[in-house]
Design a protein around this ligand. Structure first.
Ligand code: FES
Length: 216
């Protein structure tokens, strides 16, 4: 994963935009067009709205391409009460919460609050989605067999660790809410292997098919 960061600042707020992580869901443009306008240069004009309004729109950026920091140190981003994994039909899984992505050896690669996680296996910016699922006509649905995932009602808030196995799935550890139109909300803390090669017959979970797709 390679970042390509643009930075915008006023005396109150610093905003960063990672070009490589933007997958153009356009929540910023639709939410606050007087600040986020792709037809203008620069395309982010922070002076056109109060900083707290800008911050609340940035918190809806599900890929995490947009981030902010309040320069007075107050009112920084609040996390959802539970870590969220939201399955997108034919696309990524959106992660939202206290996230830490690690390599297979447990070394931290990224700590973040919002992330669009590639599950088609075609992104050139893995583990981040780069919209390659569109060209690949990825058929990742939003169903998930949760029968082996004990449901929990209340959990302490904690990090969701996403460990990237070499040529294999992502192992997710921590508590989370798995969400989609098909399954509603399922809260669990079962360790799961999330398919990231795109080939599993048991999506979104790994079924070992990666050994044929990404032979070691
Ligand atoms: S990562 Fe896709 S089947 Fe294992």
């Amino acid at each position: 994963m390679k970042a390509n960061i643009q930075t915008y600042s006023t005396t109150e707020i610093k905003v960063t935009y990672d070009v490589n992580r933007c997958i153009h869901t356009a929540k910023c443009v639709k939410g606050l067009s007087r600040v986020f306008d792709a037809k203008k240069k620069p395309w982010i004009q922070l002076e056109n709205a109060p900083s707290d309004v800008i911050a609340s729109v940035i918190e809806k950026c599900s890929s995490g391409a947009l981030q902010y920091e309040m320069l007075n140190g107050e009112n920084n981003e609040k996390l959802p009460r539970k870590n969220r994994m939201i399955l997108q039909e034919g696309g990524p899984v959106y992660l939202h919460g206290d996230l830490e992505i690690q390599d297979a050896g447990g070394n931290s690669i990224l700590k973040d609050t919002r992330f669009a996680f590639c599950r088609c296996g075609k992104s050139k910016n893995k583990p981040a989605c780069d919209n390659s699922h569109i060209e690949a006509e990825f058929k990742g649905g939003v169903r998930a067999d949760t029968s082996n995932m004990p449901e929990i009602q209340e959990t302490e808030h904690g990090s969701l660790i996403i460990k990237l196995m070499k040529n294999g799935p992502a192992i997710l550890e921590g508590s989370y809410r798995l969400e989609s139109a098909a399954i509603g909300i399922h809260e669990s803390n079962k360790k799961i292997a999330l398919c990231r090669c795109g080939g599993s017959s048991n999506k979104p979970f790994c079924d070992g098919t990666h050994k044929q797709i990404w032979p070691t």
